[in-house]
Design a protein around this ligand. Sequence first.
Ligand SMILES: Cc1cc2nc3c(=O)[nH]c(=O)nc-3n(C[C@H](O)[C@H](O)[C@H](O)COP(=O)(O)OP(=O)(O)OC[C@H]3O[C@@H](n4cnc5c(N)ncnc54)[C@H](O)[C@@H]3O)c2cc1C
Length: 446
Amino acid sequence: MSSTAKTAAKTVLISGASVAGPALALWLHRYGFTPTVVERAPELRTGGYKVDIRGTAIEVCRRMGVLDEIRAKSTDMRGGSYVDDAGRTIGELPADIFGGRVEEDDEIMRGDLARILYERTRDDVEYLFDDSIAALAEDAHGVTVTFDSGTVRRFDLVVGADGLHSNTRKLAFGPEERFKRHLGAYISIFTAPNHLGLDRWETYHALPKKLLCVYSASGETDAKNLFIFSAPEDVPYDLRDVTEQKRLLADTFAGDGWEVPRLLGHAADADDFYLDSMSLVEMDRWSRGRVVLLGDAAHCSSPASGQGTGLALTGAYVLAGELARAGGDHTVAFARYEERMRPGVEQNQKMAEGFVKEMTVGSKWKIALRMLMVRTLPKTPWKNLIAKKIRDGIQAAANAVPIEDYGVPTATPTEAPATAPTPGALATPTPTPAAGDDTPRPTVTA
Ligand SMILES: Cc1cc2nc3c(=O)[nH]c(=O)nc-3n(C[C@H](O)[C@H](O)[C@H](O)COP(=O)(O)OP(=O)(O)OC[C@H]3O[C@@H](n4cnc5c(N)ncnc54)[C@H](O)[C@@H]3O)c2cc1C
């Protein structure tokens, strides 16, 4: 056994059971590691917007063996329309032309995806709901984790897959403000009765600095109400409190027309109400010693990119694959994971900034211009050219992280890696010191 193998990681604590966490757990279990997932919520969180599965993420889902289940739960959207204050249709946009999609792409409700990943892993992976990491104390051989519940356990590695407001990031890297960049807007979404009678259709209504969308996806009897609005980060509301989040939404849209009063009325009863800032997480490293970040916790690209879920799935695949390839040597694996992911992540974050501005157009005349385009574009001869330009940009971003075939693992991570790199794969990677700092961290408490 090599010296690497002697110190190789085997037990991995993952914080967060949404998309990135369960996807990583699936791969780690497959590679012979022992993952444990801790989730702060008392049960799996449903709710959320429809999320895109495009480009590389499709292949990752295929390799996970969940692509058919995802396809079976596809939103199957037909298209969307913009309406004016009186609810009259201004123009319609078919999904295939203006959604930036190619035939392979899919879209699924976030909650459905989280459930598929959870169901797929729950028999093999230990899930701890209603708990959270309170403190991490790292030494040369592992990490002692104290949970909010008071339990204390040892793990070889800790992965923060706990989203934009990552607790793991705060404990291991410092306060959120250092890494979060607000893009000037908020997003809110919740389930409500489908009183517009929508069938796989989204209806948009644009106002200065605000955008509303109501849609109903395949198999859903209800609708989703989505609100996007410009606001500075320091709004005078306590956004840790859902009641305050609902108040912010109500105050922001008070007095607006169309269906707004009715849509806001549904917010009061929604038990899956979600509101968060559209922000990027920008860090110059995603690992510190035995702690590494994944998905939104590491590099949130905001809902505007439409790529947060794809990047979370791809990141889970790459992180687990690199850990398996390195025989559990986290210094090598974390460096390789970051090296592979970072260029694609940055490309997507850049795209998100532009999209947020488009979603929250500031003035009435700019909205009028946009509506003129919505009305006339589908009838123009150059509509296919424009659709291609949109599609090419989105597809480039969705394929921005190249993935390798890590092979079917046959060794447990405590043994030397039994799988030779597959043809075309890189040879044993060299660690990049910048991302693999092994300095033990002092005890930190949430
Ligand atoms: C309820 C919900 C609704 C969402 N809705 C949308 C949406 O409408 N549009 C969109 O683009 N994106 C949405 N997202 C974000 C989207 O899921 C992510 O951008 C993307 O899928 C990347 O996933 P992730 O697993 O990295 O992070 P997330 O999906 O954010 O998941 C993080 C997980 O960590 C858990 N967690 C947080 N703190 C702790 C803690 N201290 N201890 C343990 N667990 C913790 C959270 O409860 C959550 O389950 C939503 C996320 C959630 C949780």
